[in-house]
Design a protein around this ligand. Structure first.
Ligand code: PEP
Ligand code: MN
Length: 361
């Protein structure tokens, strides 16, 4: 159930409502929205009696039953888009945020050169794996702690925030010491022990969609992190497995607007893993802007040919800069759509049919 309090409900009224919810046998989760307090109740009990009682309780504006199994990440629970502040940058707000960097952190020279290049081109976060989930145990597994330290060094040199993968619940504390955003890779989307631990890590999480996972399963995984205490989650569409073999994965482009309808969490598109092909990454990045993603995560390497992992899908610094420049016209339109939305992050038709700059001119 979701209980929306009136805009100026008093603290006492809110506490009384929570008390009533507990009396009916439900657990209370409450978040104070920007305009009003919204209370979530989960558990098993007499829903009808509880709803009727709450509707008659002072300070309550509405009490509704939620049908989706994911509650706290649903749009029904929170109308405004969740904004996540990372090092002075806001994801899910009025800025389209680009995260870029190598698949793996390989050396000081490599990460520094990449960080400086992507920062100059307009990226706001530096990506780079120190713990790498590789299909083969014989492939490069990442520099681990040394990689985390190099990322922190690159952050210090450039001011870029760091997003890096954590593969195991055992590593959460260590990764959280160095990372600004904790990435959960596709292969770990349903590692529930990891998700629960991330609920307590105190850092925002970038949750990537599993390669064979449904949108609902992605949202349920996000629900795990929220239910364990951390509502700061960005979702990431990174392509799913299909019968297609020319691309590494099939980008489920519809997942972005669908997620924007179903959840208030920011949505990031990863055009690199979604295609596996450097040549099509910029086109997909532009698509991401057009369909209302909140940002991108892109693989960039100073010399993709020598990359320890994912070289074929990595842009070099020049190509990344060109991609960023090719996004400019689309970003102007994105801004226009964002400001025109009646529900922040809601489907794009909410804007009054903005025309691309080129068409208007
Ligand atoms: C990565 O970001 O390098 C990565 C391993 O991505 P995914 O988990 O989406 O495969
Ligand atoms: Mn990669």
């Amino acid at each position: 159930m979701i209980i929306s309090m009136r805009p100026h409900a008093t603290k006492e009224e809110i506490e009384h409502v929570c008390e009533r919810i507990r009396e009916f046998g439900y657990k209370v989760h409450s978040i104070a929205g920007e305009e009003r307090c919204v209370i979530g109740a989960v558990g098993v009990g007499d829903v009808t009696a509880c709803l009727e009682s709450l509707e008659a309780t002072p300070g309550v504006e509405s009490a509704v039953r939620i049908s989706a199994p994911y509650k706290f990440v649903s749009r029904e629970f929170r109308k405004e888009k969740t904004r996540i502040r990372v090092n002075g940058v806001e994801v899910g707000g009025s800025e389209f945020v680009v995260m870029a960097g190598p698949c793996s952190v390989e050396s000081e020279k490599q990460i520094m050169e990449t960080a400086e290049g992507v920062a100059k081109a307009g990226a706001k976060l530096l990506r780079g794996g120190a713990f790498k989930p590789r299909t083969s145990p014989y492939d490069f597994q990442g520099l681990e702690l040394e990689g985390l330290k190099l990322l922190a060094k690159a952050r210090q040199a450039t001011g870029l925030a760091v997003v890096t993968e954590v593969m195991s619940d055992r590593d959460v504390d260590q990764v959280a010491e160095y990372a600004d955003v904790m990435q959960v890779g596709a292969r770990n989307m349903q590692n529930f022990a990891l998700l629960k631990t991330l609920g307590k890590c105190g850092r925002p999480v970038l949750l990537k969609r599993g390669m064979s996972s449904t949108i609902k399963e992605l949202l349920m995984s996000a629900e795990y992190i929220t239910a364990h205490g951390n509502p700061q989650i960005m979702l990431c569409e990174r392509g799913i497995r299909t019968f297609e073999t020319i691309t590494r994965n099939t980008c489920d482009i519809a997942a972005v607007p669908v997620l924007n309808e179903l959840t208030h969490l920011p949505v990031i598109l990863d055009p690199s893993h979604a295609t596996g092909k450097r040549s099509v990454v910029p086109a997909l990045a532009r698509a991401g802007v057009a369909i209302g993603a909140d940002g991108l995560i892109v693989e960039v390497h100073p010399c993709p040919e020598k990359a320890f992992s994912d070289g074929a899908q990595s842009l070099d610094l020049q190509q990344f800069l060109a991609m960023m420049q090719s996004l400019e016209g689309y970003l102007a339109l994105w801004q226009q759509m964002r400001t025109g939305e009646s529900l922040p992050g809601a489907p794009m038709q909410a804007a009054s049919s903005p025309q691309p700059a080129a068409v208007r001119a």
